[in-house]
Design a protein around this ligand. Structure first.
Ligand SMILES: [Mg+2]
Length: 166
């Protein structure tokens, strides 16, 4: 199912040792806006830096693949100490393929983490990797975003009844 994530969580901080072990995940492809940081904010959300260090401690690698510009993605990825792909073109596979290459892991051990069903979840599913949907830190106010939320809410209601929710 194109729009159905493997796991649906409140936010990235809930990705812990138990979950990574359960799904045999050794690398994460991370969306940036509303996944690691509020849209447009130069800083990561509270707890994200510590969460990434904990991941490193577990031997889990991470890379950012964002559809946003390098100007937006680079400073934050560098501050977090992880590689990045800008202009990721999700849901198309090109950026995700680059991300997996940067991780140096087989696709089967990689999960994509993001807040958007139509770009992140659909992209990960099209590319054939596990997907972890997180709820956005901040619901955007622009009409285009509001329309997307409406579509996503409809998808949630229809397809997510049996989904693992923690
Ligand atoms: Mg996002």
């Amino acid at each position: 199912m194109l729009f159905k994530p493997t796991v649906w969580l409140k936010n990235v901080l809930q990705i812990d040792k138990k979950l990574l072990f359960k799904y045999k995940i050794k690398g994460l492809i991370l969306d940036l806006d509303n996944t690691l940081s509020t849209h447009g904010s130069p800083a990561a959300e509270f707890g994200v830096t510590e969460w990434l260090s904990a991941l490193r401690g577990l031997g889990v690698k991470a890379v950012v693949v964002s559809n946003n510009t390098a100007k937006r993605v680079k400073p934050l990825a560098e501050e977090l100490g992880i590689g990045f792909v800008a202009f990721g073109c999700k849901p198309l596979p090109f950026g995700l393929r680059k991300g997996v290459k940067l991780l140096g892991l087989p696709k089967s051990r990689v999960a994509l983490v993001g807040d958007q069903i139509l770009t992140d979840v659909a992209g990960g599913n099209l590319y054939g990797i596990k997907t972890i949907l997180v709820e956005p830190f901040y619901l955007e106010d622009k009409p285009s975003f509001r329309l997307r939320r409406k579509i996503e809410s409809a998808v949630f209601k229809r397809d997510f009844s049996k989904l693992e929710k923690r």
